[in-house]
Design a protein around this ligand. Sequence first.
Ligand SMILES: [Zn+2]
Length: 183
Amino acid sequence: MAASTSANQAKVPTTGAEIADALEAATDATPDLVPTDNDVVHTGGCHCGAVQYVVMAPPILQAVDCNCSICFKKQNRHFIVPRSKFKLLQGEDNLTCYTFNTHQAKHLFCKTCGVQSFYCPRSNPDGYGVMPHCLDQVTVERVVVETFDGQNWEQTIQTSSIPARSQVKQVKGDTEEPKEPDL
Ligand SMILES: [Zn+2]
């Protein structure tokens, strides 16, 4: 168990050309991910590059800003996707998991750099919460943030549209998304 996990093959794309290459490679690597509606392929991961993934989501991301005890401390903002729209490309061995209280949420983060780039939220056990700030930003048009009163989780979830967002069918959220014409 060497502490060194030097990113020998994990080169984090930084330039536009590198990101374009990474996107193309990620798309080739994930033929099983099927986009719906106006989804694009986002790439993302932790800071050190050990954890890397692709996720299908619209270019305008609807992020949840939760004020529960852990989300507040982490300033956790995330958007929800069904599991079928997310693929971890590398870094599974480099993830560690923290749970508390009901132990339903799996707070995954990189063992090396500590960054939580995605996790399994309590609200969506059949999906993932993905951090928009951990995506390679070229594919992100903008992030619409809504608040979730996680301090009163049991009450708030009753009337929330969030649990439905990990279902594959497109669910209309609280914010209006622009309708794209069929091309
Ligand atoms: Zn890392």
